[in-house]
Design a protein around this ligand. Structure first.
Ligand SMILES: [Zn+2]
Ligand SMILES: [Zn+2]
Length: 151
């Protein structure tokens, strides 16, 4: 088995209309607690990444432009989140829960920890960054620009 074959994993949305096949991926979990991710996911956005050219999606997804530089995709039938992708990025951030295989992935980073639901205090010694630390380095949407924009 080649390395690429070893990395092949499959996932699907709740209703099964959207199926994903990855020929490669990075088996590490990122978590985001920003307001957009809280609203989109219902708690925290839990994801891992895969190179764009290794992602095959069958079944129609609906995309929502959640910022001037990124969009989020979901299944129009069951509403499962599928991915978040920055326009300039050569990778997808995929919703980890779609992939049974991802249950084994360890968390590597948590963003917007100061804005998380207090119930979601995660164990482990992975990297944690606050909203201010994140926003120093990456493009973001000021919370004032969001509908009902209170962080
Ligand atoms: Zn679905
Ligand atoms: Zn977020």
């Amino acid at each position: 088995m080649t390395q690429a074959e070893a990395n092949r994993i499959d996932g699907q949305c709740l209703c099964g209309a959207v199926h994903l096949q990855l020929s490669d991926h990075r088996p590490e979990i990122g978590i985001c607690h920003c307001m957009m991710c809280r609203r989109w996911s219902g708690g925290a956005y839990v994801f891992f990444t895969a190179p764009a050219d290794s992602v095959r999606i069958s079944g129609a997804v609906t995309t929502y432009r959640s910022s001037p530089f990124s969009q989020r995709a979901f299944c129009p039938t069951c509403g499962s989140g599928i991915y978040l992708r920055d326009d300039e990025s050569d990778e997808y951030e995929l919703c980890a829960g779609l992939f049974d295989h991802a249950r084994k992935f360890a968390a590597i980073s948590e963003a917007y920890v100061d804005q998380r639901l207090e119930a979601l205090t995660l164990q482990g010694d992975h990297k944690r960054v606050t909203a201010a630390e994140y926003e120093e380095k990456f493009p973001f949407v000021p919370s004032a620009d969001l509908p009902d924009g209170r962080a």
